[in-house]
Structure formats: structure tokens, C-alpha cells
Ligand binder design. Structure first.
Ligand code: B12
Ligand code: SF4
Ligand code: SF4
Length: 364
């Protein structure tokens, strides 16, 4: 399989034994995405999983009751937040992978997207772990793991809806732009960093969705005060290593938007993805009474500049030392900012893990 420049650089990092980008870090990160890669090749399981009830469907279901059932079921599968919106065809993006020719008996999936006015989208938000994201821009396996959680939830909800006798296209990143869908479903607001900012987790989330002709009640967009806050805060722009995030006022732009190609170039050089614009955002906080209180002030536009300053003074948003990161101990602890020669002593876990050797005898 062809490796992307980012993965090529990742393998170089393994060889050079870069701190926080060791063989165990990459193994955890690449393995965590297994469920996503497996399900994704089958339109998140809809091509692969049989469904059993081809015969009956709900007759005139009450859309309010049905919406509650679908939301509860999505949460049961593991979604952290769920909302519903109508499909605006503008968000269907031909640049994203489409399930063109996929037939899941008895439905042709493309039929559904031919009639966007009848389509509801169940949008699911999946939290990423606060502590693990503090590692970024070192290898941070939480992004990969939550891709797999997205695939699990969207695939399962798609099958649930199919078993009710309706059509369903589950998607992770594919088919349509997730952020405008999540905004429409009332799950948060757009930040300067170009990301969905939720009340509960800030931008520290991923988004999956299921397109369906099930009759559902749509939610309405919310105003959390994020737009006003971002006008007075530019921490994401200041800390972005590729300078992809605009730092000035919104001005006449209709919305915040980043320089995607510069961001991706930096990932290639880094050898892994980056989430600094999530890590440093003041809306990214762990759960807690004090944070709830501060968020109330932020939502009301009170003391914004002071809140931003306090955030920095208190050290929120700083990259965690690997030894401080709570989580599985997959990371070989190396000295920060230092590369090691193969075979050199690596730190606390090194006796268990040992040095790396070329397993191919140079054949690749
Ligand atoms: C391609 C892509 C990238 C590219 C380009 C990013 C970009 N901004 O376009 C790269 C590789 C650089 C990237 C980086 C990241 N990504 Co990305 N990415 C995508 C993907 C697959 C498609 C987005 C796309 O086509 N953009 C191209 C054009 C449309 O971008 P744009 O015009 O600048 O529009 C952006 C926003 O303004 C907004 N938007 C678009 N139209 C409209 C219209 C209105 C009215 C509004 C309000 C907003 C809005 O959506 C776009 C960003 O998705 C989406 C999944 C999806 N299907 O949506 C995930 C997605 C946006 N990425 C996500 C994440 C988390 C990241 C990273 C943090 C890395 C990580 N750890 O995964 C960084 C953050 C960079 C940043 N600050 O945006 C999450 C966002 C979650 C959230 N909280 O919002 C998504 C939804 C994926 C997911 N699985 O959840 N990403
Ligand atoms: S992911 Fe990193 S490089 Fe890309 S916009 Fe965010 S901070 Fe900048
Ligand atoms: S870091 Fe500040 S400016 Fe950037 S998205 Fe978060 S609140 Fe907005």
C-alpha cells in the first residue's frame, strides 16, 4: 500500500528514535485506527453486514418519539452528543469520498442523496481524551482511536435505522462536510480555528453522521458566544506552527477558515497529525465545576480578555511532558527535544522495549 508523505516521515522518525515519536507511539496510533479502516472500505459496514428485517417498517411513526429513540440509541452506541439537521446539498462535497455504486439490498444508497430535501442527518459528536491530546504535536493516538469509535457508532446506527425499514448512509469523513452539519444540528459554533466548538468539550471532538429518510425533527443552531470570544482571543493563531489560522478580526469574511495546504505541509514535516489548535483553545477544558462557571462567563462575553490571560498564566494549553500524560504507557520516554541513535538507552521503559533493529535486513 502507498504511504503518504506523513507516514513516510513517521517511519523515518521511528528509525531516528525521535522523542515522543517512537516505535511504540506509532504502533499505538496506527493500530487505534484499525476499526475505522476496516469498516470504511465497506461504507461503514452497510455493504458487509446483513440485516434481517426486510419486511416490516414503522407505519406513520411520531417523528418526536422517533427522534428521541434514535438519539438515545446513538448515545447507547457511544456517541457523546447527538443532533439532527436537514441535509443542505451545499455540504455534499464531491472532493470527499462518495458511496456511488453501493447497493445495500433493497436500497440503492445514491437514491437517498438524489433527494436531499427528504434527507435528515443524525450528527454525532465524539469526545477526544483531554490528557492524551496534551501530547500533540508528538504522536497522539487519541485521534486515531476516536476515528474507530466514530466508525463503530455510525455503522451501528446505520444498521439500526435499516432494521426499522428506512434508508441509512453512515459516514465518518466521507460524503459531506461535517462541521456545517454539526452547526445545523445545534451541537456548537464555529471557532477561529475553523473547528466546531461544543459547549461540553470545546473543539476537542470528532464528528460522524448518518444520512437517512427516517422522519426526524431537526434541531436548531445555538449561540454559545464563541464568535464574540474568538474576536478577542487568537491563541490558536499564535500557536499554530504553520501559521494557517487568521489572527486578525473577522472583518468582512463570512466565517473563519484556515489555510488547509499549509497545515497539511506541516503534518508531512512533523510525521504525524497535529491538534495544537485544539490543545491551546480556552474552550478545551476537562469537566469540572470551576470550568463550568468560567464557561458561563465566556458564553456571556464577560471578562473575555482576562479569561484568555488567566488561561495562559495557569498553563492551560501547554504541551504535556510525556511523563505527565495520563494514559496507557505506550510511549517510550526519551529526553525532550533530543533524538537518539539506534541502540542508545531510551529511558524508563527501555529495558522492556529495547532498541529497534531493521526487521527487513534492508530489503525495503
Ligand atoms: C480535509 C480535512 C482536513 C484538512 C483540511 C482542513 C480544513 N480546514 O479544511 C487537514 C488535513 C489540514 C485537516 C486538519 C485538521 N482536521 Co480535519 N478534516 C478534513 C475533512 C475530511 C474535510 C474538510 C474539507 O473538505 N475542507 C475543505 C474546505 C471545505 O475547507 P473550508 O472552506 O476552510 O471550510 C472549513 C470550515 O470553515 C467549515 N465549513 C465549511 N463550509 C462551511 C460553511 C459554513 C456556513 C460554516 C459555518 C462552516 C463551514 O468546514 C471546513 C473544515 O472542515 C473533515 C471531515 C468532513 N467531512 O468535514 C475533517 C475535520 C474537519 N477535521 C477535523 C479535525 C479534528 C482536524 C484536526 C484538529 C486534526 C485532527 N486531530 O484530526 C486539524 C485541524 C485543522 C483546522 N484548524 O481546521 C474534525 C473537526 C472536528 C471539530 N471539532 O470541528 C473533522 C470534522 C473530522 C472528524 N473526523 O471529526 N483536516
Ligand atoms: S492542526 Fe496544527 S498546523 Fe494545522 S491549523 Fe491546527 S495548529 Fe495549525
Ligand atoms: S483559541 Fe481562542 S480564537 Fe482560537 S478558536 Fe479557541 S477561543 Fe477562538
Amino acid at each position: 500500500m502507498q504511504r503518504s508523505p506523513m507516514h513516510e516521515k513517521g517511519v523515518q522518525n521511528i528509525r531516528r528514535q525521535v522523542s515522543g515519536k517512537s516505535i511504540t507511539d506509532y504502533a499505538a496510533s496506527w493500530a487505534a485506527r484499525t476499526v475505522d479502516y476496516t469498516l470504511r472500505s465497506k461504507v461503514l459496514a452497510r455493504e458487509a453486514v446483513p440485516f434481517h428485517n426486510h419486511r416490516y417498517r414503522l407505519a406513520n411513526p411520531d417523528p418526536h418519539a422517533l427522534t428521541e429513540i434514535v438519539k438515545e440509541t446513538a448515545r447507547w452506541f457511544g456517541a457523546d452528543l447527538v443532533g439532527v439537521t436537514r441535509l443542505n446539498p451545499e455540504w455534499l462535497s464531491p472532493e470527499l469520498q462518495q458511496p456511488d455504486d453501493v447497493t445495500v439490498e433493497p436500497f440503492q444508497l445514491s437514491d437517498l442523496l438524489d433527494r436531499p430535501q427528504d434527507v435528515s442527518v443524525v450528527v454525532m459528536v465524539h469526545e477526544m481524551d483531554y490528557q492524551l491530546l496534551r501530547r500533540t504535536p508528538l504522536v497522539e493516538p487519541e485521534t486515531s482511536l476516536v476515528y474507530s469509535k466514530m466508525a463503530w457508532c455510525a455503522a451501528s446506527l446505520g444498521t439500526f435505522i435499516a432494521e426499522l425499514g428506512y434508508r441509512a448512509i453512515p459516514a465518518g469523513n466521507d460524503v459531506a462536510l461535517s462541521i456545517p452539519l454539526a452547526l445545523g444540528a445545534g451541537l456548537g459554533e464555529l471557532g477561529r480555528n475553523g473547528l466546531l466548538i461544543t459547549r461540553e468539550y470545546g473543539p476537542r471532538v470528532r464528528i460522524s453522521k448518518v444520512f437517512t429518510d427516517l422522519p426526524l425533527i431537526a434541531d436548531v443552531p445555538v449561540d454559545l458566544g464563541v464568535g464574540r470570544f474568538c474576536e478577542q482571543c487568537a491563541l490558536c493563531a499564535e500557536h499554530c506552527p504553520s501559521r494557517s489560522i487568521p489572527s486578525g478580526p473577522l472583518g468582512r469574511r463570512s466565517r473563519w477558515s484556515i489555510q488547509a495546504s499549509d497545515c497539511l505541509d506541516w503534518w508531512h514535516r512533523n510525521g504525524t497529525h497535529c491538534s495544537i489548535c485544539i490543545r491551546v483553545c480556552p474552550w478545551n477544558k476537562p469537566d469540572g465545576v470551576l470550568h463550568h462557571f468560567v464557561r458561563l462567563l465566556a458564553e456571556r462575553g464577560l471578562f473575555t480578555r482576562t479569561l484568555v490571560r488567566m488561561d495562559q498564566l495557569l498553563g492551560y494549553g501547554k504541551r504535556a511532558r510525556l511523563s505527565d500524560t495520563v494514559g496507557p504507557s505506550f510511549s517510550v520516554e526519551l529526553s525532550p527535544d533530543r533524538e537518539y541513535a539506534p541502540g542508545e538507552t531510551l529511558g524508563p521503559h527501555s529495558q522492556a522495549v529495547g532498541a529497534i533493529v531493521d526487521a527487513t535486513d534492508g530489503a525495503v
